[in-house]
Design a protein around this ligand. Structure first.
Ligand SMILES: CC(C)(COP(=O)(O)OP(=O)(O)OC[C@H]1O[C@@H](n2cnc3c(N)ncnc32)[C@H](O)[C@@H]1OP(=O)(O)O)[C@@H](O)C(=O)NCCC(=O)NCCS
Length: 190
């Protein structure tokens, strides 16, 4: 009979990556959002900001977070005036995610601030912050990887995938996202 291995503390073998306090806080947050946030009517943005702030998010009073948004760890989320996380956005803020003024993330998009070092046999977690500059738009079902900075007024088209930073006022689309053209409003509304 093969002897049972003792329980492992390695994340690769099911052990925790984060300390107990962090995991308990996230559990409390998940329960709070499920019970008090997820089912709320769309216009109750103020109530949802209140819940997120209670767990450390820094949100301007005009920031909008739709009820179906998933925020992994609110203390890593910052949103400036009129920034918006649309329906079904997955805000996987293992590191800081920062939306500047009027930054818009549309439905079903995935902001992913964590990955793993695939060249290290221990497969350690690697986190890097995401910054979405003012007036940028992440369109429906796009994917933004760790460490990406979406430049001011830039657009990542629907279902676009980027793991690299995007230049200001450029429109990108595809997987991997490539520049389509320059946005025509530079210097205007932006
Ligand atoms: C990226 C986007 C803004 C570009 O709009 P546009 O500048 O008017 O671009 P066009 O429609 O003229 O398309 C230009 C080219 O890019 C391609 N393209 C446009 N959007 C694309 C996308 N999301 N993915 C892949 N290719 C795309 C077009 O097929 C076209 O290719 P072609 O030159 O080979 O014919 C737009 O296509 C888009 O993705 N909008 C987001 C829609 C959305 O998320 N809606 C939810 C609202 S909340």
């Amino acid at each position: 009979m093969t002897p049972m291995k003792p329980p492992s503390s390695s994340p690769r073998e099911g052990g925790p990556t984060f300390p107990l306090r962090h995991r308990l806080l996230r559990l409390a947050w998940a329960m709070t959002w499920t019970l008090l946030g997820r089912w709320t009517p769309v216009p109750l943005h103020g109530w949802r900001r209140f819940l997120l702030r209670g767990f450390g998010a820094r949100l301007h009073p005009t920031a909008k977070i739709y009820p179906s948004v998933r925020v992994w760890y609110p203390a890593n989320l910052t949103m400036a005036e009129h920034a918006c996380l649309g329906p079904e956005v997955n805000c996987y803020c293992m590191d800081r995610i920062d939306l500047r003024a009027h930054a818009l993330v549309s439905q079903g998009s995935y902001l992913c601030a964590g990955t793993h070092d695939v060249d290290d046999p221990d497969f350690p977690l690697v986190t890097r912050p995401i910054l979405i500059e003012r007036n940028a738009w992440v369109a429906a079902q796009a994917f933004v990887g760790p460490g990406v900075r979406i430049g001011e007024g830039a657009v990542l088209g629907a279902r676009g995938v980027t793991v690299k930073s995007l230049d200001p006022f450029m429109i990108y689309a595809g997987n991997p996202a490539k520049p389509l053209r320059r946005r025509r409003l530079d210097g205007g509304a932006a």
